[in-house]
Structure formats: C-alpha cells, structure tokens
Design a protein around this ligand. Sequence first.
Ligand code: HAM
Length: 434
Amino acid sequence: MSQTLKAVRGTRDLLPPETALWNRIESTARSVFARYNFGEIRTPVFEDTALFARSVGEETDIVSKEMYTWEDRARAQSEKTQTLTLRPENTAGVVRAYIEHKLGETGQLQKLYYIGPQFRRERPQKGRYRQFSQIGAEVIGPPSAGSESPLRDAEVLEMLATLLDELGIKGWTLELNSVGSAADRERYNQTLREALIPLAPKMCVDCRRRAVTNPLRVLDCKVPEDQPIIETLPRIYDSLDEASKAHFAAVTATLDAAGVPYTRNHRLVRGLDYYTRTTFEFTHGGLGAQNALLGGGRYDGLSEAIGGPRAPGIGFAMGEDRLVLTLLAQELNQKSAPPQVDAYIAPLGESLNSAALALARELRHTGLYIELGEGSFRLKKSFEAADKTARSIVILGEDELQSGILTVKTFATGVQTKVPRAELAAFLAEPLKG
Ligand code: HAM
C-alpha cells in the first residue's frame, strides 16, 4: 500500500466554516483600505533572491535561514539560470514594483495594499506557519509628495486601530518605537556592543553570540534570567539624532490628538534591516509566544537600497492566521450559532431530484441561500440533515409539484406552513417565517 500523503509540515488546509471567517476578515480589510484611498497591488509569489538579500538584509534570520530558495535552471538559450525565492514578506516586492513601473514619476503618494501567502522556514508552532497569509499595506512616494511626513505614520497607525476595531479584535496593544536613521542604528549597535562586553558572559548562549555578531538582536531575547540585564542596557532613543527624535515626537503627538492609545517599547527593533525611524507592532495577549498580530515601520532608504529613486515609505503586514486565531478564541467564549442557510430542499424520491434542482435554482436566483437534499434519503434523514444546516426545510413530493403548494417547516418555531410556489421566496426570506 502506498504511503498516505499529507500537507507539508508548517502548511495547512483551511476548511469551511473557518474560511468564511477568512473571507470576512479580507472583505473588512478591503473596505477599510478603500475608505483610506488605498488600491490593491498583486506581486508575484516568487522573486529574484537578490531582492530579499538587499532589502530584508543578508544577516537577518529570514534571509540567512528561513527562505525557500532554489536554482531555476535555464530551459532555453534566451534564458539565464537564476536563483529564485518564495517571498518571505511582501514589502520588498512592492518597492521593486514601485521602481519597475516608475510609480514615483507620477509625483503622487502611492497607497498600496496586498493580501496573500508568504513563506518562511520557521519552526512551526501555534500562530507560526511555514506558509502564512499577510494583509499588508505600504505608503510610498517621492519626498515632494509628503512621504516623509510623520502624519503618514500616524494615519497608518490610526487606520490599523480602526481596522482591528472593525474586525472585532478586543484587547490589542500598539507598541511603538523609533530605530532612527541607518547611521543612528550603527551608532547604537556600537554602544550596545560595548555595554555588552562585561554583561554577555552572564547571559544565555544566544545572547553571548549576538553580543558579538548582531548586538541589536539581544533585545529580542525571551530568556527570563536575561531580562533584568537587558533592562539595564542603553536605550536606542538616546542614540537618535535630533531629526529622528523630532519625527517621533510628531508621530506620538498626532496619535495623542487622534485618541489612538499606544505604549512605548524601547526594545522593539524588528527583525528586518530596512527599517528607519518609526517601528511598531500590535500585540494581543491571547496569542501566547507569537503575540504580534502585525508589525511594520518606516523604510526611508529601501528604494535606494534596491537601485531605485529616493522614495521614503511606511507600511505594515498583519498575520491573517493570527487574526483568525484571535477571533476564533473570542467567538468560542461567545458560543456563536453555526452558520445556516435559509432552506433545505428535500425531494421525496429520486424521480424528484431534477425538479428539486429547478426549485433550488429559482430560489437561489432570488438571492436565497439554499442547500439541496437528495431524493434517495428517507424523510427522517432529510430532516436531520436540514436541522443541522438550514433554518427551514421545504418538502417537494409529487403532490407538491402538481399542486404548486409546498410544505415548509421552520425549525425555530416548529411551525409547518403550506406556501404557494410563487410566494415561497418571499416567505423564506423572512427569518421568523422561513
Ligand atoms: P513581519 O513582522 O516579519 O513584518 O511580519 C508581519 C506579521 O506577519 C507578523 O506580525 C505576524 O503577525 C505575521 N507573521 C510573520 N511570520 C509568520 C509566520 N511564520 N506564521 C504566521 N504569521 C506570521 C513584515 O513582514 C514586514 N514586511 C511588514 C512591513 C510592511 N513593514 C513595512 N511594511
């Protein structure tokens, strides 16, 4: 016997009724994005590997150990053998597209959103998968379009607060920080490196290594014994230049004025190299170790780093899988009823199957949600199936077909009613009747 094949580790099948929740999340996001004047961009799922190396950064975990990369062999003389990578994130692809399509030449701010799968070879656990879906957006443009303004940062954060509220996510926290310019970060790295010389020997093995290779990453350490030591380290804010401090002050003042709550997190340096100035995450206590619902920040030098014009920008990506987990946990507490269709049509005998499909077609065309039964079922079995999926059952026997009067039973009230076929759609459309 051949071995059963399963979905690959870290990937999942999404099934109904959960997929209805995914669709609701996506349509709420699309409607909020539209209100803020964002348009959708769809970039390829794979890109030249060099794109991620030059944007996300060669030294990051994502690029150094988590990417799905392969050699794509030339198949014709006109082709070159290339190294390709399944996108681990979408900001790099969006900025590449911005450059490739010369969107900067419009002189306008580009406000682009995306929804789609990303791929990282991480250790799978709750809320962390190897294929996961992000809902993200980027605001990018030439400085003359106002792309550097702190108002853009505050508007993106205010939009996220609105979106999470409209999705019904309760109890989120916005954590905010600034990592300054590339030069500020380099200065801070040096400061940290020196501060860690006497401290690292007392810390975990990872921190001992990071203290030398990438001191900034020490701030991500979760080992409880290391926390009091990390709290004593110099803060990145003190390494920022005056312009970055002023930018941060303007962002927080604008958020205060708009009434968007946030907390400062001095350790929020984020795991991607392209960030400058504002960085943020929205976290949720119900998620456990992978508590970031979303993350983002400003990336004023990214376009230039991949060969484009100066095009400062800010954006974010939400982990859609984590939004679903959070909403499912909330709904579990509320004991919501399973989704139901308006009616289940039960043909009494296989000879009535085609008449039943014709009736279902008629009703579905009026916009009703209909489940179609099967004539070979006994009536008891049809009733059981209907009770699980529908608000009512419509019996279709030879008599009903001839007379044009159908029998409808409404489960919530237990009432059975005779309804002329011409009035059936209107009857079923009223929840308390149908
Ligand atoms: P990121 O922090 O790497 O940022 O990912 C953003 C969000 O994607 C995370 O907060 C999390 O919710 C979700 N996520 C990441 N990895 C996984 C995973 N393995 N399984 C499930 N969910 C995951 C970025 O990707 C940046 N491109 C965000 C950005 C846009 N910055 C500026 N513009």
